[in-house]
Design a binder for this molecule. Structure first.
Ligand SMILES: CC(=O)N[C@H]1[C@@H](OP(=O)(O)OP(=O)(O)OC[C@H]2O[C@@H](n3ccc(=O)[nH]c3=O)[C@H](O)[C@@H]2O)O[C@H](CO)[C@@H](O)[C@@H]1O[C@H](C)C(=O)N[C@@H](C)C(=O)N[C@H](CCC(=O)O)C(=O)O
Ligand SMILES: Nc1ncnc2c1ncn2[C@@H]1O[C@H](COP(=O)(O)OP(=O)(O)OP(=O)(O)O)[C@@H](O)[C@H]1O
Ligand SMILES: N[C@H](CCC[C@H](N)C(=O)O)C(=O)O
Ligand SMILES: [Mg+2]
Length: 486
């Protein structure tokens, strides 16, 4: 693409480009991906600084270097084409959208944000859209999808270049609607700046990621960006932060279970493997049987139904779409149910997620509620004691273990959890090795135990200090059951 087309809309502070007809072959934000004729965008990150890799990028054939305003360009002047701009994360988004010719303008784009429920809601919206005849793209934590084709996801919301490229591929494959998770990190780090959102959906806002955002107000401000960018807004009126969005955008389409909303759920019945409720929208009612258990799933179904209704999809199609979601990987997934006990895997990894999960367990468990969980390393530390306290209050027996310790000491993470757990009278054990912890839960199971393995959901790995090991809880449970049979 010609430079003049590539840099349209870019704030240029300084450049040595004279001929804007020069051709740029592609863009890279990591020097290791640079090839001949590429533009390399330097980002000062949290771990390292992209500007340190300029020489490497030039060696690999970079033709244009995009640098941030603090960078001294004197060394680049006679070496390579450069542009100095005020924010290279923003620049990466702008030039990537230009390079792929703004694909998201050509299809319906729905962004889902909130602390919990994004993945689940996107799966449900996808199903409803497919039921009404659309070819749908999905972008999120578990995987990306183009129709039925699956593509591995590295992030919940990809970096701007990867996102625009994925949009481009989706457009090439005739996708007419895309539903994506929009994380608060992506909103703050300009990954989604140049997306043309038709609908923004808000699930809820509760504590998480305070390591990154510092305060709930900053966390909310990041989320709010999506609603500024969207043409329509679909918002949870039962959530206090949702109500703030509604007060800013009174034309929002609202949903609720407790308060009032354009779309509501009534007569909710929870079962161990499903839930049933009346979906009420614009004076019409449909009884829904949702195969994803959990009281929280009712909220996600409401968000999805309200989003679909905002697009003019009728209630009967919405019902069919919701009912065809058979399972969402790692979300209240029953992995074992025998005469003695039940084992459920769930991705709850925030205080509110854990509380809602345990409220559902409370409704459906016949015997003891056994909760096994840990907290991620290099993530919000302040949520750990809160989760410990919730665990102690909600479960009959708690097994404290590890969940992706990353660079932290697993025992220190557990100590943080115990600060909250020990405020309660809960019975508990600490078993840092997650495999051994699960084995303990199964080996010591009592009649009618309801065993919940929380935090890892669909994940197939455990991130340790020096390596990542394969760890799929579904396989782990199976192998322990086999071993104990022998
Ligand atoms: C805090 C955060 O989000 N960081 C993201 C950010 O990293 P960064 O800007 O700090 O990058 P860095 O590692 O310091 O490197 C700086 C620059 O040097 C470049 N570089 C680096 C090495 C080299 O040899 N050559 C080179 O050019 C890098 O490509 C980068 O452009 O940009 C990187 C590239 O896009 C991301 O991979 C990285 O995600 C990290 C790994 C991460 O863990 N992110 C999580 C917290 C996250 O984003 N999570 C949310 C979901 C959260 C939720 O559950 O709601 C998500 O959307 O996935
Ligand atoms: N609407 C909700 N309200 C509260 N908790 C929820 C809700 N939906 C899901 N959860 C809980 O949060 C867990 C994760 O759900 P989901 O993956 O849909 O959320 P997410 O927002 O995509 O999470 P992530 O930020 O990791 O991408 C579930 O396993 C469940 O325990
Ligand atoms: N995507 C989220 C959830 C991870 C869940 C849990 N398994 C952990 O590692 O903390 C995060 O990165 O914060
Ligand atoms: Mg998700």
């Amino acid at each position: 693409m010609k430079v003049n087309k590539l840099i349209k809309g870019l704030n240029i502070i300084e450049t040595n480009i004279k001929n804007f007809d020069e051709d740029i072959k592609d863009i890279a934000y990591n020097s290791k991906n640079v090839k001949d004729g590429f533009a390399f965008v330097c980002i000062k990150g949290f771990k390292t600084d992209g500007h340190e890799y300029i020489d490497e990028a030039i060696k690999r054939g970079a033709k244009l270097i995009v640098v941030d305003e603090f960078f001294d360009t004197s060394k680049l002047k006679d070496k390579v084409l450069f542009i100095k701009t005020s924010n290279t994360r923003k620049a990466l988004s702008i030039i990537s959208a230009n390079f792929f010719e703004h694909p998201s303008k050509d299809f319906l784009l729905i962004g889902v944000t909130g602390t919990n429920g994004k993945t689940s809601t996107t799966f449900m919206i996808k199903s409803i859209l497919e039921q009404s005849g659309h070819k749908v793209g999905l972008i999120g934590t578990v995987k990306n999808m183009i129709g039925q084709k699956e593509i591995e996801a590295k992030h919940t919301t990809p970096e701007s270049y990867d996102l625009q490229k994925l949009f481009f591929e989706m457009k090439k494959e005739n996708v007419d609607s895309v539903v994506m998770e929009v994380s608060s990190h992506s909103l703050d780090l300009h990954r989604v700046d140049d997306c043309d959102f038709d609908v923004g959906v808000f699930t809820n806002l509760t504590q998480d990621h305070l390591d990154f955002h510092g305060t709930m107000e900053n966390y909310f401000a990041a989320k709010l960006k999506l609603f500024k960018m969207s043409k329509k807004r679909v918002v949870n009126n039962d959530d206090e932060w949702g109500r703030k969005i509604i007060s800013i955008y009174p034309d929002s389409i609202t949903y609720a279970k407790e308060s009032s909303g354009d779309v509501m759920a009534k007569n909710i019945k929870l079962f161990v493997n499903k839930n049933q409720f009346d979906l009420c929208c614009k004076g019409q009612i449909q009884q829904i049987t949702l195969n994803i258990p959990g009281i929280f799933s009712v909220y996600n179904a409401l968000a999805s139904a309200a989003c679909a209704a905002s697009l003019g999809i009728d209630l009967e199609t919405i019902k069919k779409g919701l009912e065809s979601v058979k399972a969402i990987p790692g979300r209240f997934e029953i992995v074992e149910s025998n005469d003695k006990f039940t084992i459920v895997i769930d991705y709850a990894h925030t205080p509110d997620g854990l509380l809602n999960l345990m409220k559902t367990v409370d409704e459906v468990a016949k015997g003891r509620k056994v909760l096994l969980f840990g907290c991620g390393g290099d993530r919000d530390r302040t949520k750990r004691p809160i989760m410990g306290e919730i665990a102690g209050k909600m479960a009959d027996f708690v097994i404290v273990t590890s969940d992706n310790p990353r660079t932290e000491d697993p025992l220190k993470i557990i100590e943080d959890i115990l600060v909250g757990l020990q405020k309660t009278n809960a019975e508990y054990v600490v078993i840092p090795d997650r495999f051994e912890a699960i084995k303990y839960a199964i080996k010591n199971a009592k009649e009618n135990d309801f065993i919940v393995l929380a935090g890892k959901g669909h994940e197939t790995y455990q991130i340790l200090k020096d390596r990542t090991i394969h760890f799929d809880e579904r396989e782990v449970v199976k192998s322990i059951l086999e071993e104990l049979k022998e």
